[in-house]
Design a binder for this molecule. Structure first.
Ligand SMILES: [Zn+2]
Length: 144
């Protein structure tokens, strides 16, 4: 519906052109396009789960993937936040610059970003980037 010639939020088509309607849950958790980024990251982590559809259940579920210790929850939550950040940045590139990265590039950005978030903040995270990129779950399990 058009109010004051502005489309209401529920009527805006998805910026990723997946044919869905754009809202926060759709963009970050239900979008066919960006959903493949989540699958890629889960595959990288060596974890198979069924994603939950809203921000609260998705964050709770993802944060608990490595177990329920405080460190594990923190590290998985950082990965979760990194995926959201990369999606958000890619959406802005689409909307404002009419550019986007391939999903493989987005996944590599998540891997690199999380590495640089963990490296200076976690004293036990003493891995080189190749180890992190190739065996993230082993690195996480060694730290938590
Ligand atoms: Zn979409």
């Amino acid at each position: 519906m058009c109010r004051r010639c502005v489309l209401e939020e529920t009527q805006v088509p998805c910026s990723a052109l997946c044919r869905g309607m754009e809202d926060m849950d759709h963009l970050f958790f239900k979008c066919d396009y960006y959903g493949r980024l989540w699958l890629s990251i889960l595959d990288w982590l060596g974890i198979t789960i069924v994603s939950q559809g809203d921000v609260i259940s998705h964050s709770t579920h993802f944060g608990g993937l490595g177990g329920f210790s405080r460190n594990s929850r923190t590290m998985f939550t950082i990965i979760w936040i990194s995926v959201l950040f990369i999606i958000w940045k890619d959406l802005n590139m689409r909307i404002f610059n009419n550019q986007t990265d391939q999903l493989e590039v987005l996944a590599e950005k998540v891997k690199l970003q999380t590495y640089w978030w963990f490296k200076p903040h976690c004293i036990m995270f003493d891995f080189d980037y190749h180890s992190w990129r190739r065996q993230p779950l082993c690195c996480l399990q060694a730290v938590v």
